[in-house]
Write a protein that binds this ligand. Structure first.
Ligand code: SAH
Length: 350
């Protein structure tokens, strides 16, 4: 695989253009072209010779849209192909206020949560910052978005992978996607979801980036959490809560917990009460998700009615909580399911 030009910041691109003997304004043209989602070969205002030199070292299109599925509610699921042939997935959800894109940060994942399809084959590799960014750039372009008027207004790092397990590249991505003169998504419109890698939650708090921090909790009890999320063996819920408090102190941003409701595991009254007792009074919000059943995993979701009952308990207990509307369910799949399904299909064909 060649290098990924979209890994570079504007300052780094400026330096590169200089090294190639190009005038300064060429760096601006190159950077703007890339941020508009163009392949190097498609940036028409650069000389052929400059582009040829770039293409010796850099991938023309590090991320290509392989397939798109559109749900009846407007949700789109994307399968992207990377230069080394690996596949990753993403989702674009449309809301009244704009479009939220969910991006992947790794190919596969090594966290191995009991309910999640992303970790089925372990971690394949980290994405580079430019590969994370390019998911946004190509989808923005596909929707006619420009740098002045973006089609992608909000970003969630909730696709495949654990963003804080790919810390440096995720951080470089966050700096580049929020940079002025680029695609310029506001940090306040970005949410990062982690399974709770506590040391890197503290690091993130120090970065001066006011993004929203989301933690996948899924249980108010350490022993039970260990059964569904192996990472809980390393960090306790108390440690996670302390790190969240610190994040709030540093950024002033209220934090969010994700809680996927699993039948017979974490969705009864007792769990609601315990959740209330550990979270009450904290500047947080609970986002309930009905489990998306993964066929390789032996876990069941609960009905919408039961989910609303759980939500009601949390609300009456004084927590701020919502049940995430199930969007795009007719095109199927949570994290990793799309890629797993596609790989299985293509294997069958071959
Ligand atoms: N690694 C990060 C981000 C990726 S997952 C994290 O753990 O937060 C985004 C959210 O979807 C997480 O809360 C994850 O636990 C949840 N999730 C994964 N698979 C799911 C499934 N099959 N059903 C419901 N939620 C799921």
């Amino acid at each position: 695989m060649k290098e990924v030009l979209q890994d570079l910041s504007f300052a780094e691109i400026t330096k590169l253009a200089e090294e190639y003997g190009e005038k300064k304004f060429r760096a601006t043209q190159l950077y703007r072209g890339l941020m508009q989602g163009r392949a190097i070969s498609e940036i028409s205002d650069l000389s052929k010779a400059f582009k040829e030199k770039l293409l010796e070292r850099f991938e023309d299109r590090p991320v290509v849209i392989e397939q798109v599925w559109r749900a009846s509610d407007g949700t789109e699921k994307y399968l992207f192909r990377l230069s080394d042939g690996n596949l990753i997935e993403g989702v674009l959800m449309s809301y009244k206020y704009g479009n939220t894109q969910c991006v992947s940060t790794q190919v596969g994942c090594r966290m191995n949560c009991a309910f999640c399809a992303s970790g089925l084959a372990g971690l394949i590799r980290n994405l580079t910052s430019g590969e994370i960014l390019s998911q946004i750039l190509v989808v923005n372009a596909a929707h006619g978005g420009t740098l002045e008027k973006r089609a992608v207004t909000n970003i969630v790092l909730m696709g495949s992978g654990e963003p804080l397990d790919n810390y440096d590249n995720t951080l470089a991505f966050l700096r580049n996607v929020t940079a002025e003169g680029g695609i310029g998504v506001s940090a306040r419109n970005i949410s990062l979801s982690t399974c709770g890698l506590v040391p890197n939650m503290y690091r993130l708090a120090e970065e001066g980036l006011p993004i929203n921090l989301t933690v996948s909790l899924h249980s108010p009890d350490d022993e039970e959490r260990k059964r569904i999320m192996p990472v809980a063996n390393a960090y306790s819920i108390a440690d996670i809560l302390k790190a969240c408090e610190y994040y709030f102190e540093k950024t002033g941003r209220r934090y969010i917990f994700e809680y996927s409701l699993i039948a017979g595991e974490n969705s009864d009254r007792e769990h609601a009460e315990k959740l209330i007792s550990i979270l009450k009074g904290k500047p947080c919000h609970v986002n309930l998700i009905r489990l998306n059943e993964v066929k390789e995993k032996n876990l069941q979701g609960i009905s919408e009615k039961e989910a609303y009952r759980f939500l009601g308990l949390l609300e009456r207990g004084g927590l701020s909580a919502t049940l995430r509307r199930q969007i795009g369910s007719d095109i199927g799949g949570a994290c990793g399911q799309l890629r797993a399904g596609y790989l299985a299909e293509t294997e069958k064909k071959n």
